[in-house]
Design a protein around this ligand. Sequence first.
Ligand code: PGA
Length: 250
Amino acid sequence: MGKYIIAGNWKMNKLPSETEAYVKEVAAATAGAQCEVVCCTPFTNLAEAVKGAENTHVSIGAENLHFEDKGAYTGEVSADMLLDLGVKYVIIGHSERRQYFAETDETVNLKVKKALEKGLVPILCVGESLEQREAGITMDLITIQIKKAFAGIPASEAEKVVIAYEPIWAIGTGKTATADQAEEVCGAIRAVLAGLYDGKTAQTVTIQYGGSMNAANAAELLAKPNIDGGLIGGASLKSADFAKIVEAAK
Ligand code: PGA
């Protein structure tokens, strides 16, 4: 299976002025980590986050990027800008961006391709709403999200993508998917990848679960064979909680 990665998604939380110290706190709290540890922060906090992560095992990620290299895109941030700061990861297609900022499967695909072209590691988010789950179309929807996100990407590049399966109904709600529900979809995502590419590529890709993962439920989720890590929102904002999740990932 893919390499274990525990990534925090700070969303629109924490100030630039508190970021360097907090990333240092995360590094200290997760000193014995047996997985990759990532903090994804708002654009404004990235320079401070990279400073805090210097000479530690922690890597820094952004929460979005634009798919063009440069130009007249007021308010947007390019892959080169992120790389210039020392950023390594970038979250792409989070459900909040799809829902509130008109992100589509097409823009997600362009962003994943740009990230790969530039050498950033994309954390590609997919997931169904409660309505879609109840209608029994979870796997149809996720198959479409995966196929569209990977369109035009060769196997040698596809294996570098990190996928985060995040059921929308579990995000920020305290209502986590059961370990079996999460494993079922993560396993099905791997089968879609095997169909698009081959078994080796499917096994190499890191597939995370996200959605109210916390210190109490992380171990059970991470013990599942097709879950290689987590994308953590709320519980990434307190270093002690985040560290317990990292501890569970071995
Ligand atoms: P949550 O968020 O852990 O607060 O549910 C996860 C995410 O949206 O990435």
